[in-house]
Structures are given as C-alpha cells and as structure tokens.
Design a protein around this ligand. Structure first.
Ligand SMILES: [Zn+2]
Length: 288
C-alpha cells in the first residue's frame, strides 16, 4: 500500500478496491466521473460527503432565481462573497493525478459534476462540466456568455468592500449572509443588453442541456471502464452514467468516502482519501 499504508481506516476491501482500480486504469480508456468529494482537499466543502458540513439553506432553484429580482439580489450577494473561496482554490493531488493519467492515455475523458473549474485549472481543458462552471456568466436575455472575472470587477465597483461580510462557504460558490447585507447589495445587469445575468451553471430545477448529456453518454459508451471519484451519486444527473455503464457491462469502480447510490452497480469500491488513492494508483499504473 505504500503511500496509503498509514491511512487510518484502510481495510482489506479498500486494498482489493485499489487493486481493481489499478487494473481498470491499466486497461486504458477509462472515463472519470468526478463529484464534490474530489475538491474537498482543495478546501471546497462537500455538503453531502462525510467531510462536509451540511448547508443550512437549500440551494436556490432556477424558478426562484428567474422569478424575482429580490431572489437574484440574494443570490448575487451571497455568490459575490462565496466566489472568493472558489476563485482562490487550487487543484489538489487528486486533480493532478487525473490529469497525469489522462496524458498517459489511461484516462480517456473526464466528466465532472463540479462547477469549481479545478479540473481545467489542473490542465484538463477537455473536462466536460456537466453542471456548467462558476467562472462563466450567461445573459438570460441575449445568451451572451462572459467571464466571471469581468462581472466580479463590475460588482466590486458597485459594492466596494462588500466581500468582508461574514461568510460560510458552499461548494456551489454560495455563502451565507445576514439579510441586511443582502438588502444593501447592488446587482449588475448584462453589459450588452441590460438583461438578467446568471452564472453559467445548472441550477436545481433546471435540466442539463441535452447535447451535453448526449456527449457524456457517448464518452461512457466508448469507455473501457467508468471511474467515479468523490460523488455520492445522489442526483440522477450523475447516477444515470453509472447505470448506463453497468448495463453495457463496462466495469465501474467507485472511490468515495461514504456509501453511494451506485455501490451495488460497482465492481469495486475504495473508501479512502482521493488525493492519496489517485496518486498511488497513478504510480502503480506507470510502474506496471
Ligand atoms: Zn444580454
């Protein structure tokens, strides 16, 4: 086990799972499906995982966001503070190991449920961001997309110093704020048409665009194996790819601390920290 030998809680099942993971990678052409658990070692909380703190408020739905200016003011005020943590986060050993495995051909594609952009920051420019990315903003009226950094500058001009408010972060770039802070926040409209800006992420109550889903099904159909990293597969948007792979007889290996909804479909499971597991797996695959 080398790097993992000192990991508390490592079991015989984890050792067998790691061996299965290495075999799957050695076959080349594995597709990665990653979730919030992969980013916790970058300091981004996972509100569903064992390591995460459960958020106090439910995330805003698409219907709420589009339904009222007050909801959008609340969203952008909280997001303006929460974005600081996302923008400052850096890829961890897990993201870097995935990118090494992709360059060596052991991983053929990366699909992520995360909106934090950390696969891209690690060099995986081709990662399919299933739920979009917080680093982009889209206008709901003219559909123009623009960088979040651009909006951030405008929001900063309108709300100088606002970021210093009390914040408790969530993985979707949300932060919890007092209602009086929210009420003072000034929202920026689209710089081109004056329309409503929304982060280019899929909200609860909204569907992943169909072409993006089809692209992911194609990747999974062509895969030699599916590797789930740090997702409890709670939402169907990720679970459907595990079901698709299992139906086709494509082996599924899950690395996640805690049970997942895909466990009974998996050929093997590893319940150890992702950075250490992926670093060790990448080392063994190169050695084999
Ligand atoms: Zn516009």
């Amino acid at each position: 086990m080398d790097a993992l030998a000192a990991t508390p809680g490592g079991t015989a099942a984890d050792a067998a799972g790691l061996a299965a993971l290495v075999r799957l990678l050695a076959g080349r052409g594995a597709v990665v499906l990653s979730g919030a658990g992969l980013s916790t070692e970058s300091g981004i909380p996972d509100y569903r995982g064992e390591t995460g703190s459960r958020r106090r408020a439910a995330p805003m739905t698409f219907q709420e966001f589009t339904g009222s200016a007050a909801a959008r003011q609340r969203y952008w005020a909280r997001s303006h503070v929460g974005w600081r943590a996302i923008a400052a986060a850096e890829p961890n050993a897990g993201h870097r190991a995935v990118e090494r495995l992709r360059r060596s051909g052991h991983v053929s594609a990366v699909i992520t449920q995360n909106v934090d952009g950390l696969h891209r920051a690690a060099g995986t420019r081709t990662a399919v961001e299933l739920h979009g990315g917080l680093h982009r903003v889209v206008c709901l009226d003219c559909r123009r997309t623009s960088p979040r950094t651009e909006l951030d500058r405008r929001l900063e001009e309108l709300n100088g110093g606002f970021r210093d408010g009390p914040a408790r972060g969530n993985p979707d770039g949300d932060a919890e704020l007092a209602p009086e802070s929210v009420a003072a926040f000034r929202v920026a409209p689209c710089a081109v048409c004056g329309g409503v800006l929304k982060p280019d992420v899929v909200f609860f109550g909204e569907s992943v665009p169909r072409p993006r889903v089809e692209r992911c099904f194609e990747l999974v159909d062509a895969a030699q194996g599916l590797l789930v990293l740090g997702s409890s597969l709670t939402v169907m948007s990720g679970l459907r790819f595990v079901r698709r792979a299992a139906r086709a007889g494509t082996p599924v290996v899950i690395v996640n601390q805690g049970a997942t909804r895909g466990d009974e479909l998996a050929a093997a499971r590893v319940g150890l920290p992702l950075g250490a597991v992926l670093t060790e797996a990448a080392r063994r695959v190169r050695a084999s």
